[in-house]
Design a protein around this ligand. Sequence first.
Ligand SMILES: Nc1nc2c(ncn2[C@@H]2O[C@H](COP(=O)(O)OP(=O)(O)OP(=O)(O)O)[C@@H](O)[C@H]2O)c(=O)[nH]1
Ligand SMILES: [Mg+2]
Length: 222
Amino acid sequence: MPEVDVKQKVLAANQAAAASLREAFRAQKTLVVNLISSPGSGKTTLLEATVARMKGRFRLGGLDGDIATERDADRLRRAGIPARQILTGGACHLDARQVDAALAEEGDRLRGLDVLFIENVGNLICPTGYDLGEDFKVVLLSTAEGDDKPFKYPAIFSKASVTVLTKVDLLPHVDFDVAAVKSQVATLNPAGRLVEVSARTGAGMDDWCGLLEAELGKKRAS
Ligand SMILES: Nc1nc2c(ncn2[C@@H]2O[C@H](COP(=O)(O)OP(=O)(O)OP(=O)(O)O)[C@@H](O)[C@H]2O)c(=O)[nH]1
Ligand SMILES: [Mg+2]
């Protein structure tokens, strides 16, 4: 079978699994957020800081995709929420069937949550095309990575409803033009939102958590 047909079949199978996950999340009124970024741009750290702010008021859980180690799920469990690591066997993204299988194995621990965070495998390319049944994708870009990234990786910045600019505490120490990033994101994704955060100092965390709470409110009302 030609390579392009195989890829289309894989994506079609993923789409069917994602649709069934989305239906289950809709019935449970669980807001599902798919976090995507390069390795080390701060996904797990943002989640730890988010959990610290929201866990007393909301039922939260996490799935962490990686090719090796339980480290990120361990970090979320230490932060105080149920979390499961998904090891992809080398694949550079999560797919909907892996999410479905992980949720089934966790049973009640990850059912009926207010918010399920899915931390994808660290990279800006492969996770873009795989729907996981999420409400929206979030792309993170840290100030240490360079301000040219949205135009270099346009697909994810076009698709993600929210861009989170992380590590803004480092701005005095790096060459990073925030206005240039905002302009690229606005070009690629005019309806997209952008929040600037530092998980280290707490700057912008109110905006980020406020956005999540507003989206959860919409989900509950839908
Ligand atoms: N200065 C600063 N460092 C941060 C911030 N957020 C994360 N870091 C650091 O960045 C490094 C990587 O953070 P992680 O949260 O592990 O990154 P990640 O995106 O989850 O990485 P992968 O799971 O490997 O893709 C760690 O050393 C964090 O302490 C921040 O707001 N400011
Ligand atoms: Mg991580």
